[in-house]
Ligand binder design. Structure first.
Ligand SMILES: [Ca+2]
Length: 341
């Protein structure tokens, strides 16, 4: 009872004196990025001639705090040689806007279709003139190819013969088994042409090329309704997907829980440089977010190493895209360097 009275008295003092209550820090746009300088060449444990270091990166990153600054998004091409680590911290707002639903991504693809697969809905083009082209058409003996403008492409990884060459906004986009991918655009140049045999195989192969300057890209588990990737077990929770394209290691935490954790060197051109989360169930609103990255060696001067944070939310019709700046905020730039996460 005494403590309750004390609280009541303390609460009444500011009003009695006419003082303002303690100000709640206002949210400001952007994330706070803390930069650390790591030991050059990790003290000799990762010489330039070696692709994979013989030591654990965790022991050589976040070693010397240098500075902090506010950054609007996580979308970098670090061009400096060097050894450094970055930790972005702040708040992430899951509320979706119309701008999220209609991004303009640059999509470029060259995909060899395996016509020996059974005809199915696993591949289809919807052309601007209303025609459709599916795997069934490609498999017909009289098919001569298709060139023109399409508005929609549906792809499943099961139609792919080789590792596809698919790029979205300059980053590789690996197609994974069990996922169906949709590319939408008002104007998308497509070309399905026969691949000239190299003598190693007599099988007929068709190559799909796609070029679109303004496209929306989304993916969902194969067979799921187009409007929802994963059925949320709780109506108040929505599944979100996160991806990081990084050379080298990266981590993502939301509300303190690991969502992506791959603290290993990785060349940007390798498919596994795109790290994908599992669906993350979140309530709509603000969440704490921490993103971490380390840059190990760049093999050449002037090399550009990416670190980009993407999201998608099929349940809210948000295709895969760099997370826009409207979703990030922070409560002020700290005066002191951070002491760990
Ligand atoms: Ca690197």
């Amino acid at each position: 009872m005494r403590s309750v009275i004390a609280i009541l008295v303390l609460a009444a003092v500011p009003a009695a004196l006419g003082a303002e209550p303690p100000a709640v820090p206002a949210r400001e746009p952007g994330l706070v990025a803390h930069y650390f300088c790591d030991s050059p060449n990790w003290d000799g444990n990762w010489p330039d001639s070696v692709s994979t270091p013989p030591v654990d990166p965790v022991d050589w990153t976040f070693t010397e705090y240098r500075y902090s600054r506010v950054e609007p998004i996580v979308n970098h091409e670090f061009s400096r040689r060097g050894w450094f680590s970055v930790r972005w911290v702040g708040l992430f707002d899951t509320a979706v806007t119309e701008a999220d639903r209609h991004p303009n991504a640059a999509v470029s693809a060259r995909i060899d279709l395996d016509a020996t697969n059974p005809p199915s809905h696993e591949f289809s083009l919807r052309m601007a003139d209303g025609r459709t082209v599916s795997m069934e058409d490609v498999s017909r003996s009289g098919f001569t190819g298709c060139v023109g403008v399409a508005t929609q492409v549906l792809l499943s990884a099961r139609v792919i013969r080789e590792t596809p060459d698919l790029w979205v906004d300059g980053a590789p986009y690996p197609l994974k088994p069990g996922e169906q991918h949709e590319i939408r655009s008002a104007q998308m140049q497509v070309d399905v042409s026969r691949v000239v045999a190299d003598g190693a195989s007599t099988a007929t192969t068709w190559r799909l090329t796609i070029e679109a300057a303004g496209a929306a890209m989304s993916c969902r588990p194969h067979g799921a309704p187009m409007s929802c990737a994963v059925g949320p077990p709780d109506d108040s929770m929505t599944p979100y997907l996160f991806e990081i394209h990084a050379d080298d290691g990266c981590r993502l935490y939301i509300d303190g829980k690991p969502v992506i954790d791959d603290w290993s060197p990785c060349w940007e051109a390798m498919p596994h440089a795109m790290r994908r989360s599992k669906p993350v169930l979140l309530k709509e609103g603000l969440h704490e977010i921490t993103v971490e990255y380390f840059q190990g060696q760049s093999l050449t001067d002037g090399d550009f190493d990416p670190m980009r944070l993407f999201w998608s939310c099929p349940a809210k019709d948000v295709p895969r895209q760099i997370i826009r700046p409207e979703h990030f905020s922070h409560l002020g730039l700290p005066a002191k360097p951070p002491a760990g996460r």
